[in-house]
Each structure stands twice: as structure tokens, then as C-alpha cells.
Ligand binder design. Structure first.
Ligand code: ZN
Length: 480
């Protein structure tokens, strides 16, 4: 069955890619997601690589319970207001009504900072950097696989510092770390910047984000980093004694990325034939396909295919062999293409005689979709090809992002470009919440962030929308 074309119906295409690549399914509970082996192994690959980077940054992994006393959330006013509409609350345990309701964590600032108030006593305990890999629950009214699900998986980093300056430096460092991770591992270019006041995290002083642009021209917030100041340290009494004088509150940060990144991978890299996975997060990087002729002995081809797969496996290539006989070769090609496997090694009678392999690439390099490689050179060439595919995928996504930045100069142009889903609109903006609400109600666009490195640096002048003096350059876009 053919997939719906991206250009015809992007949301339908997205659902079909997930279904055909067997990444995830809806669960019996609305909004929850069952991750299948193909989807979960992508998560494991990106999680493990990010975990190494987070640890190298100095954070230690912890695990906190998923139940949080409801009263904890109420201690920070904006935090509880922001999260209340999405909370799942447990009121009965073991058949008895609980004396105090428990919230299923929507995020863990409160419970972690309660513990930090006991763990942090002196300036010698700082900075404290913790990270946890966990599930969180935020009740979703309009769920979408990987992008918005009631329960999702993520990492949440939480740090405490002696000074505001150090905490703000931490925020910048994590934003850079996320950007690098997205570019190098996921092959997805992102725009970093500060969130507007109405888009920041509930309880933060300010938030930063990495924003990606999907192929339908809508933005996706792929990660956020929050400077919390002392907003949580005060109600949770997280204090340290310095060498000089009385106890002081710590300055804190929190930051996270989630299974949403898999949605980004699908929507940035996929094409009309299905999924395309960057080699660094592809559970299968190469598939070996012996091509059998009807009625012929298959043993020689199978043995050769096994030998090739084994030698690649020894080199650390994630390789699979498909020697099933139920599907025709054409159906197999199609099958592996839809799964997004970067490299397909085809081995027929002709290849066997010439001691070569036909290598088909999911993402062409310099226009080449297929090449013949001598068997003896595979060990050297396949890792190189995988690296080049990774680079090529980033280059394609970066070129696409660059062409979809626009700089409207009038309100009408702004409206038209939003309607045509042009991508990011970089405009001078007043920064007020009322103006942002007005833009949103009229065009559905929101400010994605105030980019640290705008592509053009025009005179600020006046706000593109309301005409008041502009305070910053902002990226507006439709968003997931
Ligand atoms: Zn304005």
C-alpha cells in the first residue's frame, strides 16, 4: 500500500509512517502511547547518547517517585496555575481515600527541590547537578503520537547554584548542549532563543528553547531550559551557608527533552516513501538482502550474506539480515525503505560471481542512490557511507530551514506567510503578552523564541503587529 503524499495531507502521512514503520500505537487509554520495538529502540539510541553528554557535563542520574504530594505543587503559585489543568490526581490508594491527594508527576521540580533542601547545607554542596530519566503525565485533550501524549518519556535535569550568574551560565550551556545533540545526533538544525513571557515555563524567571522546523512549515519545540531564579528555592527552603554571613537561597535551573524528539525525526527527515533515519539513531543501519532466484539453491547466497553481516557487526555496524522467502525482492526493498534503514546491501547471483555487493542508499549522496562495492572493501566503506549519510541529512535539513526563514515587513505579509505555512517569520516585536495573544487569535501563530542569532539584524523600529516600539527580534510560526 502506498503512503499518502506529504504534500497532500501531512498529518495523514505522519500517522501512516508511524504505522508502517511500526513505531507506536494508541493505547486503550486515550492519549497514551504504546511504543513498539522499532520506536523504542530509536528512543534507547538517542537516550543513551544524550545520557553520556549530560554526565560529561557533570550531572548525576537519580530516580524520584512518580507520586508527589499535591500540596508541594501549590507552593509555587505560577507553577500550580500552569500545570493544574493537565494534572492526574490519585485520591484512593489500597482501597482507602488518601488523607492527602497525590499528583502523578507532570514534572519534578517540587519533589526534587524538597530533597535538595535537605541535601544542600553549605556552599561546598554546590553546584548540584541532577538528572532523571522518567515518565511524566500531562492530561492531553488533543493527543498525537510522540508529539503530545498524556504520558511520555523524558529526561529532566535539575541544578542548584550559589549565584544567579552561575545558574544562568548553566542555562546557556545546556541550550548549547541540546543544540549540538540535535544537530550531530539527530541531524536536525534548530533555532535557539529565549521564550516570550507567555510561552515560558510555569514558575521560571525565563526559559530558552531549541526549535526545529518540520517539513509542513510548522515549528516544533524540541527542548526547553529554564532559569528558575529563587522562585522554587524560597518556598522549598533550599539554602546554603556561605563563608560570609547568613544563609542564602540557591539559584536553580531545570531542563528537558522528551520522546517528542522521535516526532521531530519523522517530520524533518521522512519523505513520500516513509521514514528516513539518520544513521546515529537508526536501530538498523544496514540490512543485507540475499536475492534468491526461484528454484535455485539458496545456500551459497545465504552463507555469503551471513558472512557479510557478521563482518559488519564486528565493526560495530547495526546490521540485520533478511533472508525470508515470503516477500519478493521488490516488496522487501519497499519494506526496508519505509523503515528508514539508511543502507541496503543487495546480494544476487551476479554479485556473488563478481564478489561485490550492490549498496542502495536511503538518502542519496551527491545524487548517487546505488553503488557497487567489492566485498573486501565493505568493512572500510560502509562506516564511511553511514557518516556521509548522517552529514548529508543534516545538510539537507539545514538548507531547508534556511530557505524557510522569512522577513515580512508588513502585517499583511505576515498574515499571508503564516497562512501559506512559510516557516519561521523573523520580525521586530514589542514583546507584550497582549500583542502575542492578539496575533495568536487572528493567525494561530505564536512566538517560538527570540533567536540568539537572528538571520537578519534589522533596525528594531516598531512591532510588526501593533506598531508599538519593538523590543526584540522574534520568530513567529504555527507550531505543534
Ligand atoms: Zn506588538
Amino acid at each position: 500500500m502506498k503512503l499518502t503524499k506529504q504534500s497532500e495531507d501531512f498529518p495523514a502521512w505522519y500517522q501512516e509512517v508511524i504505522h508502517h514503520a511500526k513505531l507506536a500505537e494508541h493505547s486503550p487509554v486515550k492519549g497514551c502511547m504504546i511504543m513498539l520495538p522499532n520506536g523504542y529502540s530509536i528512543w534507547e539510541l538517542l537516550r543513551d547518547q544524550l545520557d553520556v553528554q549530560i554526565k560529561a557535563h557533570g550531572a548525576k542520574n537519580v530516580y524520584f517517585p512518580m507520586f508527589i504530594p499535591e500540596e508541594y505543587l501549590r507552593r509555587e503559585k505560577e507553577h500550580v496555575e500552569g500545570f493544574s489543568p493537565e494534572l492526574a490526581v490519585v485520591t484512593i490508594g489500597g482501597g482507602k481515600t488518601l488523607s492527602e491527594p497525590l499528583v502523578v508527576r507532570p514534572t519534578s521540580e517540587t519533589i526534587i527541590y524538597d530533597a535538595m533542601s535537605r541535601w544542600i547545607q553549605s556552599h561546598r554542596d554546590l553546584p548540584m547537578r541532577l538528572n532523571q530519566w522518567a515518565n511524566v503525565v500531562r492530561w492531553e485533550l488533543r493527543p498525537r503520537l510522540f508529539l503530545r501524549t498524556t504520558e511520555f518519556l523524558w529526561q529532566e535535569g535539575h541544578t542548584a547554584h550559589a549565584t544567579a550568574r552561575e545558574a544562568k551560565e548553566q542555562v546557556s550551556e545546556i541550550t548549547s548542549l541540546y543544540k549540538r545533540f540535535s544537530e550531530e545526533v539527530l541531524a536536525i538544525p534548530v533555532v535557539t532563543g529565549r521564550k516570550s513571557d507567555s510561552e515560558k515555563f510555569a514558575g521560571a524567571v525565563y526559559s530558552e528553547s531549541i526549535e526545529g522546523l518540520m517539513q509542513d512549515g510548522k515549528a516544533l519545540q524540541m527542548g526547553t531550559v529554564h532559569y528558575l531564579g529563587t522562585n522554587f528555592a524560597k518556598p522549598f527552603r533550599v539554602k546554603y551557608s556561605s563563608e560570609e554571613g547568613p544563609k542564602r537561597h540557591v539559584h536553580q535551573t531545570s531542563w528537558g527533552v522528551s520522546t517528542r524528539l522521535i516526532g521531530a525525526l519523522i517530520m524533518v527527515h521522512g519523505d513520500d516513501s516513509g521514514l528516513r533515519l539518520p544513521p546515529r539513531v537508526a536501530p538498523i543501519q544496514a540490512v543485507v538482502l540475499p536475492i534468491f532466484k526461484k528454484g535455485k539453491d539458496t545456500s551459497e547466497l545465504t552463507a555469503k550474506a551471513k558472512q557479510i553481516a557478521e563482518s559488519l557487526d564486528h565493526l560495530g555496524v547495526r546490521v540485520e539480515i533478511d533472508d525470508s522467502t515470503e516477500m519478493s525482492p521488490g516488496a522487501k526493498f519497499y519494506h526496508w525503505e519505509r523503515q528508514g534503514v539508511p543502507v541496503r546491501l543487495e546480494l544476487g547471483q551476479k554479485e556473488l560471481e563478481g564478489d561485490t555487493v550492490s549498496v542502495a542508499l536511503r538518502v542519496p549522496i551527491e545524487g548517487n542512490k546505488k553503488m557497487q562495492i567489492s566485498t573486501s572493501l565493505l568493512g572500510k566503506e560502509i562506516p564511511k557511507i553511514l557518516n556521509r549519510i548522517q552529514e548529508e541529512m543534516f545538510a539537507q535539513a539545514a538548507a531547508s530551514l534556511a530557505t524557510r526563514h522569512h522577513f515580512p515587513t508588513t502585517k499583511d505579509e505576515f498574515r499571508e506567510q503564516i497562512e501559506s505555512r512559510a516557516g519561521f517569520l523573523q520580525v521586530p516585536w514589542c514583546g507584550t503578552s497582549t500583542c502575542e495573544a492578539d496575533i495568536k487569535s487572528e493567525t494561530k501563530a505564536t512566538s517560538r523564541n527570540l533567536p540568539f542569532e537572528p538571520l537578519q539584524q534589522p533596525e528594531l523600529g516598531v512591532c510588526i503587529w501593533c506598531g508599538r516600539p519593538a523590543q526584540a527580534i522574534a520568530n513567529f510560526s504555527l507550531a505543534y
